[in-house]
Design a protein around this ligand. Structure first.
Ligand SMILES: [Zn+2]
Ligand SMILES: [Zn+2]
Length: 314
């Protein structure tokens, strides 16, 4: 596993020769890869990590999982043309996961989209899609008329997910939804991607849920949200509504120690920690994120960073 910047550094570093860029160009792209587009949990925008979003690419088909603020920009930074996105999955309707859903599609259209994007999410995504066109009616109709663009309303095909099970099956990938509690939200889905080079599971935001370990059993990669309790306590001590906020965070998210329990019970090969809460406390180190995970899970642990890339097979 290597991120883009380090790949570049490696290439340049090894090459007082001019061979490295050519080697890079000849390296075949992996069939299956994950790019962590935004790793900071929560809706507040900051100058640090971007809000929650992930990308899975299978045989050149880009699939976006969650559309936190900044997802369009992060895709561009990752070198993925926005109109190449084929599928969008929303885990739940907290704004840090859907705020840029409509705008991501709009940005694909603005960049020349001509083929449909299919979106999936808990109940509400179909209504949200209709409402988005109402909100942007003036601009969209002006551009269709004035610039001769195709009607985008026919290119975004949204589908509410109402129960667990397979929601998408293509020759490249099978996607299965699994409901997991994120109090007070119950319409909240973890997703499993069965790709040619391995199985990837995204936990969504979730309370500690041992059933999620059954859903993720044997996965090659589990991307799990996490909460670091000592830093949460520091955060709430500075907050006016601190006691209520702490209660919400503990009831609806999974502590690093419990993430270790889930990964161990699931027997995954690689655990990726992401959706960090708190997501922008510079005092929290990678060691802090992994220390309590390691008391239960002895496999490989990756602390995700924005734009880090993980290739499969792992
Ligand atoms: Zn979230
Ligand atoms: Zn949430």
């Amino acid at each position: 596993m290597i991120d883009r910047r380090n790949a570049l550094k490696l290439a340049l570093g090894s090459a007082a020769t001019f061979a490295a860029p050519a080697i890079l160009a000849q390296t075949p792209k992996p069939r299956t890869r994950i790019v962590f587009l935004g790793t900071k949990g929560g809706p507040r925008v900051s100058i640090g990590a971007s809000n929650p979003a992930n990308l899975v690419v299978v045989n050149d088909t880009p699939i976006v999982i969650d559309c936190g603020m900044g997802v369009s920009r992060q895709l561009v930074k990752a070198g993925v043309p926005i109109p190449s996105v084929k599928y969008i999955f929303i885990s739940h309707h907290h704004s840090d996961h859907n705020l840029e859903y409509g705008n991501l599609f709009y940005n694909a259209w603005a960049a020349g989209l001509s083929t449909p994007i299919h979106s999936f999410g808990p109940k509400g995504i179909e209504a949200m899609t209709r409402d988005y066109w109402e909100l942007n009616k003036f601009d969209v109709e002006t551009r269709i008329e004035d610039e001769g663009r195709p009607d985008p309303r026919k290119l975004l095909i949204a589908k509410d997910i109402t129960e667990d099970g397979v929601v998408l099956k293509t020759p490249d990938v099978t996607v299965t939804a699994f409901r997991t509690p994120h109090p007070p939200i119950v319409d909240n889905f973890a997703y499993k991607f069965e790709a040619p080079d391995g199985v990837i599971v995204f936990s969504s935001d979730t309370a500690y849920n041992p059933k999620l370990a059954e859903f993720a059993h044997g996965a090659d990669v589990l991307v799990h949200e996490c909460l670091y309790l000592p830093a949460v306590d520091r955060l709430v001590a500075k907050t006016k509504n601190g006691a209520t906020l702490r209660k919400h965070l503990l009831a609806s998210h999974t502590s690093t120690e419990d993430v270790g329990r889930i990964a161990a019970a699931a027997g995954v090969k690689t655990l990726v920690l992401s959706h960090f809460v708190p997501g922008d406390d510079p005092a929290v180190t990678d060691d802090d994120w992994t220390r309590d995970v390691k008391t239960h899970f002895s496999g490989r642990i990756v602390v995700a960073k924005d734009l880090m890339e993980l290739q499969l097979p792992v």
